[in-house]
Design a protein around this ligand. Structure first.
Ligand code: ATP
Ligand code: MG
Length: 552
């Protein structure tokens, strides 16, 4: 799959703006609300905003949209910064909308002085009722008649804490019969006696999104303010406020938010999964969060390639989770060191290999990167192999072990299966085989053919580790659109814990974030949270092939 692509519509706009001399350079921003961890949808927005400034030699600010005091937290601020850096981007400035509270207050006062904003004492229900409906125009109430002087005084008194929450709001005076409901005298400020994570108790009035976002853009000289499609109706208000205030003319552009199959992406829902312990925190490897994907072993590059490939759409759509996994596999296939790990062990005894003997063999670290050389493998009479690599009664297309069949032990010898043992309950306990003479990998002169290759580990040298296999967190394509609670669609098989897998001793050297391909079992990474020196835990990042792909 090629990652070359043509311009998207935002790039076309930027190129036209630059060509027309509208801006010397472009400035974009990524504006998260610090009320949760970032998810793959945010990653899309990050790659887009930072990608554009990189492409056109401009800059991107990180602006925390922290105008809602109640839900925000510095834990989220720290995780957001960490995630953006990990994705491979750096911001020009770290900014907080809350730093603009004083300026925003002055801006609001300016609107009052121009006679285009007023204090309304109505209840929120009354305001909603008077707004009308899309087919019925709204009507103004008596408060809209207040004088400029009175409005200025009331606004100052609101700021001074003289009124209770909900008793007054500041509204813009625009058009109560506009077909765009957001222009029907929208609320700009509300009273909220709440502690803010940065400004503490300095403020008891807070600007609404529409009176903070565009103004913050303008203060920072953002040339292209990119947001998701649900903000299309807000654009008229965005432009109106900037025009009334006569401040830097930032412009808003909208693209379709990223929706992905088998995933929920709203922070509210992700928070529920965390709080109700359906997952092990925001960074659970099954979560669509950036921190979860990092812990799962997704390379940052794969996420960037995915974001670039899906492009910028103007219409809502649903992206297949398999596409993200495709980029993950594509990257890991190039970078991951190959190792042998047996997840469900059964003992293989090579009866013609002398007891007590063993030897060292070599195997490539990564055939995609020959420069990474070979690693040592210990070989002996007793090996662990996967239980399901043996069949007592093989089907016609069975190329692995079965009585009388040949198989190659990866990077070692061809063996011929001579028998097996079962316990009283019928469980396989051992498989017996004989080594074929002169069949050593790379020096094979035996003339014997083996159709299949299996992985193995020397019993004497094997190290125990915990391995965690993940599957999709939800068992339906769009859990949010189904009837009923989205949590009832959680895939009960989304995590399988193997307490005693056998790994190559070489894996004791595994480093945080280092990618491995456990041959035939998938891509794996050390779990950053659960691993300890004497207890290694590996996460499966992805299977080798897409097990969910629809048959062609
Ligand atoms: P959520 O709906 O998940 O709570 P949000 O939009 O409230 O997300 P913000 O912190 O306000 O979260 O988002 C920061 C930026 O990321 C915004 O510019 C927003 O448009 C963008 N963004 C959020 N979700 C997506 C998505 N699914 N696809 C693309 N961009 C997104
Ligand atoms: Mg938001």
């Amino acid at each position: 799959m090629s990652t070359e692509r043509s311009n998207n519509f935002i790039e076309d706009i930027i190129e036209a703006d630059l060509a027309a001399g509208k801006h010397k350079t472009i400035v974009t921003r990524f504006p998260p609300e610090p009320n949760g961890y970032l998810h793959i949808g945010h990653a899309k927005s990050i790659c887009l905003n930072f990608g554009l400034s990189k492409k056109y030699g401009g800059k991107t600010n990180l602006r925390f949209d922290d105008t809602n005091p109640v839900t925000e937290d510095t834990e989220y601020v720290d995780s957001i910064k960490n995630d953006i850096h990990w994705l491979g981007f750096d911001w020009a400035q770290e900014l907080y909308a809350s730093d603009y509270f004083e300026t925003l207050y002055q801006y609001a006062s300016r609107l009052i002085s121009k006679g285009v904003a007023y204090i309304d004492d109505s209840t929120s229900d009354a305001i909603a009722e008077e707004k009308g409906t899309p087919t019925r125009p709204g009507r103004r109430n008596k408060y809209a008649e207040r004088s400029i002087a009175e409005n200025l005084q009331l606004f100052a008194d609101m700021r001074d804490g003289k009124y209770a929450d909900g008793s007054k709001v500041l509204r813009a005076k625009i058009d109560m019969s506009s077909p765009n409901m957001l222009l029907r005298d929208p609320v700009l400020y509300r009273i909220k006696h709440a502690h803010h994570h940065r400004t503490g108790d300095n403020w008891c009035i807070y600007p609404m999104y529409d009176f903070a976002h565009g103004q913050s853009d303008s203060i920072e000289g953002i040339t292209h303010s990119i947001c998701t499609l649900e903000f299309v109706p807000h654009r008229a208000l965005y432009d109106w406020l900037i025009a009334q205030l006569e401040i830097f003319p930032s412009k808003q552009y909208e693209f379709a938010r990223l929706n992905m199959t088998y995933t929920v992406m709203s922070k509210r829902k992700l928070l529920q999964l965390v709080n109700e312990k359906h997952v092990d925190g925001w960074d659970d490897p099954r979560m669509p969060t950036i921190s979860g994907m990092r812990r799962r072993g997704y390379p940052a590059k794969a996420i960037r390639d995915f974001a670039d490939r899906i492009g910028v759409a103007k219409r809502e759509n649903m992206i297949d989770l398999g596409l993200l996994e495709f980029f993950v596999r594509e990257d890991l296939n190039k970078t991951a060191s190959r190792r042998m790990v047996v997840l469900d062990p059964v003992k293989l005894i090579i009866t013609n290999y002398p007891k007590g003997d063993h030897e060292t063999l070599f195997s490539e670290n990564n055939p995609e990167m020959p420069e990474t050389g070979d690693r040592l493998l210990h070989f002996g009479r007793e090996l662990w192999i996967e239980r399901d690599d043996f069949a007592e009664e093989p089907s016609k297309k069975w190329f692995r072990l079965a009585p009388g069949a040949n198989v190659r032990l990866k990077s070692a010898y061809i063996i011929t299966c001579t028998g097996f043992d079962k316990d009283a309950d019928g469980n396989l306990v051992a498989v017996y085989a004989e080594l074929v003479a002169n069949s050593k990998s790379g020096h094979d002169t035996s003339g014997v053919k083996a159709k299949g290759t299996i992985h193995w580990i020397s019993v004497e040298h094997a190290v125990t580790a915990e391995v965690r296999l993940y599957d999709r967190l939800f068992r339906v394509e769009d859990p949010s659109s189904e009837e009923g609670d989205f949590k009832s669609f959680i895939n009960p098989e989304s995590l399988k814990v193997i307490k005693h897998a056998y790994i190559e001793p070489e894996l004791l050297k595994a480093m945080q974030g280092e990618a491995f391909q456990f041959i035939r079992n998938g891509y794996f990474v050390l779990d950053s949270k659960l691993s300890a020196d004497n207890h290694l835990v590996f996460n499966r990042t992805a299977t080798l092939k897409d097990g969910w792909a629809k048959p062609a």
